[in-house]
Ligand binder design. Sequence first.
Ligand code: BEZ
Length: 249
Amino acid sequence: MAEQTWNPEDYGRNARFVTDLGMPVVELLAPKPGERILDLGCGDGVLTKKLRDRGCRVVGADASPDFIRAAKALGLDARLMDGQDLSFREEFDAVFSNAALHWMKQLEKVIDGVFRALKPGGRFVAEMGGKGNIARIEAATRRALQKRGLEKKVPEPNAYPSPGEYRTLLEKRGFQVRTLEYFPRPTPLPKDLKTWLSTFRKDHLAVLEPGDREVFLEEVQEEVRPFLCDAQGRWSADYVRLRFAAFKP
Ligand code: BEZ
C-alpha cells in the first residue's frame, strides 16, 4: 500500500494557498496572547508560527517527519505524533486545525484525543474537507487508477464527513458545538491540476510505473478540465469545507 508523503519544499512552492486560506479559521479561533494551543496537523508550521506571533504558546503536531523538521526549522515546538493517538492530557486552552483532519481517517479517535488534550472550557476550532470535497478530482483519479488495475493499491487517502455525521461525533464525545458550517469553496490553484496532484497525491504516483506518471496526470487533468479550468486557463479545485468551533464543558 502506498502512503501519502510530504515534501516541505514542494509544499511551500505549490500549496502555500492552504496556509493563506487558513486565516478565517485563525479568526474563528480568536487566539489570545498567553494561551496554550495545539496545532493539530501543523504541516510545515507556517500557520503555527502565525499563532506564536500572536503571543500564543503553541505546540505543533504532525505525523510527517519531514514536516516536523520544517516546523522545527522555524523555531517551533513541533512534535512527531499521530493525530489519531494524541498523548496530551488537559493541557491546552484550544486545539486548532486547518486542512489536516481529513488525513486522519479515524475520526472518533481524533475527537477523543482532542477532548482529552483540552482543559475544561477549552475549544476545538478547525476546518477540514467535508462530504463531497474534491469529488470531481477524486472520481477522475479513481477512474485512472481502475483503468490500470491499481485502485486497491491506493486506499482512499481522506475522510470527508457530512456536517450531521461530524456534529454527532463531537456531541457523542461530550463537546458542545457552537458553530458548524458546511460550504463549497472552489479554490483557485497557483498552477495546474497536475501540480496539485503531484503535491497531494504522491501516494498515487508512487504505485505507477515512472514512465506512466505523466500520462496519468494528463489523463486526470483532461477529464476535469471542463469543470475546473476557466477560459483563461485558471485552475481551481472543488473543495467543500466543514468549519466548526466546539467546546469541552
Ligand atoms: C483539502 O484540503 O481538502 C485536501 C487537500 C489535498 C488533498 C485532499 C484534500
